[in-house]
Every structure is written in C-alpha cells, then in structure tokens.
Write a protein that binds this ligand. Structure first.
Ligand SMILES: C[S@@+](CC[C@H](N)C(=O)[O-])C[C@H]1O[C@@H](n2cnc3c(N)ncnc32)[C@H](O)[C@@H]1O
Length: 241
C-alpha cells in the first residue's frame, strides 16, 4: 500500500490539534516531566523535526533552547506559530531540510520516525544539521507496544520483523484520531540512525505519571512500555561503508 506521510497528516491535522490540546487526554502529558528530565535544561539552537502543533517545542523552549519548529503540514505549522511555540518556523519535510549543515545543538524527532515513509533519509538529514558536539533526541512508540496492541486486537501473532503499515482509529473522551504510519523493528531505528553516523548514548523506556488521567484510563501503560526515548550523538566518522 502506498503511503504518503505528509498527506496522511494533512487529513488529520485538526483532529490532532484537538487531541493533543485537550486537558489530560493525550498520553504525552503523563510523560512530560520524565521527558523534561531526559532532555535536561540547556542552551543553544534547537530544531524539532515534525513539530506538529508545537507542544514539544514549547517544552524545549521552557528548558532553555532557542527552538526552530519544522513541520510539512501547513495547518499544524500555523497552529504552532499561533501558540508561540518557537522562534523560527519552517515548512519542510524531514527528508530534505533547507538548513545548513552542523547548525543545531539539539535536534528532536518526537513520535515522528514511525510516521515518516523514509526513515533512513530522515535520519541522515537530522544527523547532517547537528553540530559535532550536539545531541539528537528521538522518541518513538515502543515497538513492543505496537506488538502488544496488535496482539490484543488480532487473532494471530502480529509480525514484528518486517515494517508493517499501521492504520488505526482511536476514539476517547469525545475525541477521535486516525493514526497512520509504520510499525518497525527496533533494529530498523537503531541501524537507520547508525548508518547516518549516530550512536545511542542513552536510552529510556519511560514510565507514566501514575496519577495522570491518561495513565489511569490506559492501564496497560503501567506494565508495557508505550514509548522509547533515545539520545544520540555523532560518530567522529560515518559508520556507513
Ligand atoms: C505524532 S505527530 C508528532 C508531532 C509532535 N512532534 C508532537 O509530539 O506533538 C507526527 C508529526 O510528524 C509529521 N510528519 C509526517 N511526515 C513528515 C515528514 N516527512 N517530515 C517531517 N514531519 C513529518 C506530521 O505532520 C506530524 O506533525
């Protein structure tokens, strides 16, 4: 099945804005404090690739970074701008960044790499714009969570090893969202990033705030990891042959 990451997200832009901005609804808010600790306070130029309506940029600005929000869906980029999420806004795809090499101290891809059609090109572009001493923060839906969800709703064990198209509709709290993207094995992420010249310097399988409404609603989040966070740095030379 042909995928088009940007057109998929263009179709659901308004649903996504409502989904992430509803008080206590989206799971991220139960992980926000842990995410802030994972990234830590800092200074310098930050870039979020696939910034959506800007919530992660707003968190990163709060940590001290001077953020650029990059997002290919016009309605989302405008929502990010209207919420004063960053200092600079760029309409572009992860696969072709209109940015100078080695120009950002922090590059963040939060819940984006499982949505892009071309993981390897996105990883290479993110690595290219990172300073030599910089860090990349990647958040993905944990591949084990994809397996868990598919197994829960299916009759046969879901395939893990090959990338699969993900297309699922979720409704809760009077909100709806269609999530389309990919389930990929963990090795696809780590090796895609390694081929871009990056190594994992830290990894977190975060636990949600136990008292948050999203945690209480989705009880499996207490026992199965929902997200996986990676901190990556540049090899002094490319790992690619
Ligand atoms: C799950 S949302 C995450 C948004 C934001 N990072 C957040 O956590 O709120 C996925 C985002 O990836 C963006 N996206 C999809 N394809 C993309 C591409 N090729 N390049 C950059 N961003 C892309 C979508 O438009 C959407 O904003």
């Amino acid at each position: 099945m042909a995928q088009s990451d940007v057109s998929n997200w263009t179709e659901v832009a308004e649903d996504w804005i409502a989904w992430v901005r509803a008080e206590g609804h989206d799971a991220f808010w139960a992980y926000r404090d842990a995410f802030e600790q994972f990234v830590g306070q800092g200074v310098g130029a930050g870039l979020e690739i696939g910034a959506g309506e800007g919530r992660i940029c707003r968190v990163l600005q709060g940590l001290g970074y001077n953020m650029t929000a990059l997002e290919p869906v016009a309605a989302l980029l405008e929502a990010a701008r209207a919420a004063n999420s960053a200092t600079t806004y760029i309409d572009a795809s992860a696969t072709d960044l209109p940015l100078a090499s080695e120009s950002f101290d922090l590059v963040v891809l939060y819940n984006v790499l499982m949505d892009v059609d071309d993981l390897d090109a996105s990883a290479k572009e993110a690595a290219r714009v990172l300073t030599l001493e910089g860090r990349i923060i990647v958040g993905i839906v944990h591949p084990i969570f994809d397996v868990h969800m598919a197994w829960k709703s299916g009759e046969t064990p879901p395939p893990y090893f090959e990338p699969q198209v993900l297309d699922t509709e979720v409704a809760a709290n009077g909100l709806q969202m269609r999530f389309r993207g990919w389930t990929r094995p963990l090795s696809a992420y780590v090796n895609g990033l390694a081929n871009a010249g990056l190594f994992v310097s830290r990894m977190e399988e975060p636990r949600p705030d136990p008292d948050h409404p999203a945690t209480l609603r989705l009880t499996e989040r207490n026992s199965v990891p929902t997200f996986l966070w990676l901190e990556l740095r540049r090899f002094s030379h490319s790992n690619e042959t």
